[in-house]
Design a protein around this ligand. Structure first.
Ligand code: ADP
Length: 942
């Protein structure tokens, strides 16, 4: 075991569970051993070797004053950094760990985004739950607490399921998560959380999650009254809150004091938007992970950091209460139509600093003079903002009400105090003097005057000595070892007067002191110290004064943020011809000439209508690849979401019935592009939607069942449609490449077909981007092969094979016939009674009632059954059994055909391979790539 300095370092390191330790050694912070290597790797520090009692250790160091940026850089990379400081003792010095900086408690951040620390507790979690807690056995709700130490925001809630928990975490994207004792052992949940978040997961003392201790911590921090009145009556929520406080205290970042705003939020107020949906709708980043091209980036015209944070929150946490939404819409309507007033308001807002963060820095004691100046300047805007509103069209809008909430007298008083106290251009450090304005404090002014006088005497001493004693080459200076001295050039050193006492000889000069100089020196140093101390004392008092008004600063900050976010939405609405949605309580979404808010920015966009309501609650969207299905569906979801964020929407007109949740899942192809597609994931997402959505939800399904074999896929899509239509009754848009599903519209009363139209002429496809009623008139896979120039014999054979593969197998449609009852019923009223059994024949693509009567399959019956009138295969190729059992179509038969006989060998080989493909057993993605391969081979052989 090493001893000496390295030994001490390793001992301290063993005390902490931080990843890295920085230990003060005199004027440096040093890292030793593994920590030195790690820091050197991450931050490009030079490693040297430290010999300690015969062994040698890697060592890296940074000067005391430069530690902060290094710690920040390490923490931003996800490390927890312990800092050990050195202090004097009677017999030398000692060191101890004074703080641990972690991703969630890092106060110094240049990033404008909120920086949350999150704790998660599950009901029934005892501190002793230990390793026996598997993911299934604690069944209660989850408590979640989120603290932003940079602004003092503190949110507490309870959520029911692991999915809700993930959605909340995804939305806040905490920099650090502390799982409670049970959650810590739930590998599945923790794995998912790790995958969802960019932040790190830290382990924290299980004791801190214990109910008694947590309750105590919350009451200590916020006062018994607040803790009780905010109404965290959920035990897991309370425990989560207590654990956050415990962690913040233990890490010693000194920010506990800034945690003043406890907010319990209850998700009854918000629209459920799970993590998958936030990702699919690209709310804050695109599927590829870029901020550019996200909804937030598109509508964000905020001019303050706090405004940006709030706008992001609005978009990721849409609301359900009409009152609040109407208030926002009123404000945006007023702002959108008053361009001049809006511009003036935004210009004024632009000068505001981040008051929420400044308040936190004042309370934590880390604010310097420049930060207090920022407070001063931001407070100066309060009257300016009021002026920008009064007498304009905004005077009667909710904007005026927002600004009226600020206690203007209090703001003016604090502003005046800061204006009187602070110097205009203070230095960055707090100890150098120059922080305060002349006239602020008489005693300080006197000290400064005497200090300057004494300094002046010293400054002019050299001149006086030159004159008085006829000396050339005289300077007066000071340094650490000699203090003040008179330095005389060697050539004249023998001419100095007698009272000069020599203290040092240098190469070309000599240094002297005199009694008077020494006395003046003592005087100057005394004054310097007294001035510094007094000034710092006054400054501390001023900062405390600001900290006392933290709530005021937060109020002003909140008003600025809100005004900024609203002005941003108004700016976007005015600039892009968005319209005010009419919010409705009925279950409907009625959009006239709607557009996709992001795609419309870069494309010549074709607007489309949409109608979902009680009679027409489920739309099956068909159309070829790339025709615009997913854009159409996402635009519906985004219009819904924007309306419930309180924003205008990209449409000519929109009536938006409020929803309780927006659920989406996107198909295998999109997910493949992100490298995260497994059929399991797809089914988990589907399962979540079927469990969570209600008759008040909006559901977007962009392909279901693509990740598995055709018959599996179609069966699942079929059953999911029935379930959503009959049981859940959510408003649903479902894009599918299973053309078979379009026939469901004839039998399920609220299902309708729409398709994205394309124009085909001379083999050329033009995408019209127009959504029309009814299904597409044919299946598109083979059609695309045709358009791509695959030879006619191959295409017609493919059609025939396709039809063959549609077994003579029947599926019954559950849920009653078109026009049947049940249109506006409750989600659970689909009793067996109104379920009409209809049978779908996959080979003919048509339905028959269970009594055997045929019913028309699609609006355009002639289009089914394959090209060139090829009849559906009647032999069943022995494909009995259930899903996925369709066997390969006969290859021999193909090779024998007269047409194929005339073909070149390569084309024949392609046809053989095509015939051999077991469509039912091959994933669509693979099919696609094989079709591509065949095409290029055919191209070459031609
Ligand atoms: P699909 O889901 O049918 O494969 P997408 O929705 O992905 O098709 O759309 C394909 C392309 O068409 C996208 O690049 C999109 O920008 C463009 N697009 C979609 N809808 C429209 C529209 N209404 N107006 C203009 N371009 C559109």
């Amino acid at each position: 075991m090493p001893t000496g300095i390295v030994g001490e370092f390793l001992d301290l390191k063993a005390e902490t569970d931080a990843d890295v330790l920085a230990m003060q050694c005199g004027d440096f912070y040093e890292f030793f051993a593994d920590d030195a290597e790690l820091v050197a790797d991450e931050l490009d520090l030079t490693v040297s070797q430290k010999s300690s009692h015969g062994s040698s250790y890697p060592m890296a160091g940074v000067p005391l004053s430069e530690l902060t940026p290094y710690v920040k850089a390490l923490v931003e990379r996800g490390y927890r950094v312990a800092v050990a400081d050195q202090y004097e003792t009677d017999d030398g010095h000692a060191r101890e760990i004074t703080r641990v900086v972690t991703p969630g408690t890092l106060l110094e951040t240049a990033d404008d985004d909120a920086r949350y620390l999150a704790t998660v507790v599950r009901e029934g979690d005892g501190p002793a739950a230990g390793s026996s807690a598997a993911s299934g056995d604690a069944s209660g709700p989850y408590g979640l607490a989120l603290a932003d130490v940079t602004t003092g925001r503190f949110l507490v809630t309870e959520v029911e399921t692991a999915g809700d928990l993930r959605a909340e975490l995804y939305r806040f994207d905490p920099a650090e998560v502390l799982p409670g004792p049970h959650v810590r052992n739930d590998d599945r949940l923790l794995g998912a959380v790790r995958e969802d978040l960019s932040g790190s997961v830290s382990v924290f003392d299980a004791e801190a999650f214990a109910p008694g201790r947590a309750k105590h911590a919350v009451r200590e921090q916020f006062g018994r009254e607040t803790a009780d009145s905010v109404g965290i009556d959920s035990e897991p929520a309370l425990r989560a809150a207590g654990a956050v406080l415990g962690y913040v205290e233990e890490t010693g970042a000194g920010v506990l004091a800034s945690m003043t705003r406890l907010t319990a939020y209850d998700d009854g107020e918000h629209v459920a938007v799970d993590a998958t949906t936030q990702r699919n709708l690209e709310l804050t980043e695109t599927m590829r992970g870029d901020a550019d091209g996200s909804l937030f980036e598109t509508v964000d015209h905020t001019v303050t950091a706090a405004g940006g944070r709030l706008l992001r929150e609005w978009l990721t946490r849409p609301r359900r209460d009409r009152e609040e939404l109407d208030r926002r819409l009123d404000a945006i309507a007023a702002l959108a139509s008053a361009a001049l007033a809006r511009d003036r308001l935004r210009e004024t807002l632009g000068d505001a600093y981040d008051l929420e963060r400044l308040a936190a820095r004042a309370t934590s004691g880390s604010a310097g003079a420049r930060e207090l100046l920022s407070v001063r300047d931001s407070l100066a805007l309060v009257p300016a903002l009021a002026d920008a509103v009064s007498g304009t069209a905004l005077a009667d809008s909710p904007i005026a009400a927002i600004l009226d909430r600020i206690d203007r007298d209090r703001a003016a008083a604090l502003h005046a105090e800061l204006a009187d106290a602070l110097a205009d251009d203070p230095p960055k450090t707090k100890t150098q003097g120059g922080l305060l304005r002349e006239g602020y404090d008489e005693e300080l002014d006197e000290l400064i005057a005497s200090h300057e006088e004494a300094a002046e005497w010293l400054d002019t001493l050299a001149e006086r000595e030159k004159r008085q004693y006829g000396l050339s080459h005289v300077t007066v200076d000071r340094n650490k070892t000699d203090g003040y001295y008179i330095q005389v050039g060697k050539s004249v050193a023998d001419q100095v007067p007698e009272h000069y006492r020599e203290i040092k000889t240098l190469k070309n000069s000599k240094r002297f002191v005199t009694d008077e100089l020494e006395e003046r020196e003592r005087e100057v140093l005394r004054l310097e110290e007294a001035r510094g101390e007094l000034e710092y004392e006054l400054f501390e008092a001023l900062r405390e004064r600001v900290a006392d008004d933290a709530e005021l600063l937060q109020d002003v900050g909140r008003a600025v943020a809100e005004t900024d976010a609203l002005a941003s939405l108004a700016t976007h609405a005015a600039g892009n011809d968005w319209t005010r949605p009419e919010l409705a309580d009925e279950r409907r979404l009625d959009v006239e000439a709607g557009r996709h808010p992001v795609v419309e920015r870069t494309t010549d966009f074709v607007p489309n209508d949409l109608r979902l309501d009680a009679e027409r609650g489920f739309l099956i969207v068909t159309g070829p690849n790339m025709s615009g299905k997913s854009t159409y569906m996402r635009q519906a979801a985004l219009i819904q979401l924007l309306a419930q964020a309180g924003s205008f929407v990209p449409a000519r007109a929109a009536t938006v019935g409020l929803v309780d949740g927006i659920y989406t899942r996107v198909g295998a192809l999109d997910e493949l592009a992100q490298g995260r597609s497994t059929f399991m994931v797809e089914m988990q997402e589907l399962s979540n939607i079927l469990h969570s959505a209600t008759a008040d939800s909006l559901v977007i399904l962009d392909e279901v069942g693509r990740g598995t074999a055709t018959y599996d896929g179609i069966s699942i899509a079929w059953a999911a449609t029935e379930y959503l239509h009959n049981e859940v009754r959510a408003r649903t848009l479902f894009a599918t490449h299973y053309h078979e599903l379009t026939t469901l519209a004839d039998h399920l009363p609220r299902v309708e077909n729409v398709h994205v139209a394309v124009d085909e002429r001379d083999g050329e496809v033009t995408f019209l981007r127009t959504v029309r009623e009814g299904p597409t008139n044919r299946s598109y896979g083979v059609h695309v092969a045709d358009l791509a120039g695959v030879p006619e014999p191959v295409v017609s054979r493919a059609d025939a094979v396709l039809d063959r593969l549609r077994e003579e197998k029947a599926i019954e449609a559950k849920g009653g016939e078109r026009g049947g009852g049940g249109g506006g019923g409750t989600p659970t009223d689909t009793a067996e009674g109104d379920t009409k059994q209809v049978v779908f024949d996959l080979s003919s693509g048509s339905f028959s009632e269970s009594d055997g009567a045929e019913s028309a399959a699609a609006d355009d019956p002639g289009s089914r059954g394959g090209r060139n009138g090829a009849t559906p295969g009647s032999e069943s190729d022995g494909a009995g059994g259930t899903t996925g059992a369709a066997e390969t179509a006969g290859a021999a038969e193909t090779a024998d055909s007269a047409e194929t006989g005339r073909l070149d060998p390569e084309t024949r080989a392609v046809i053989e391979e095509l015939t051999d493909v077991d469509v039912a057993e091959t994933a669509p993605v693979e099919l696609l790539s094989r079709v591509q391969e065949w095409q290029s081979r055919l191209d070459e052989s031609r």
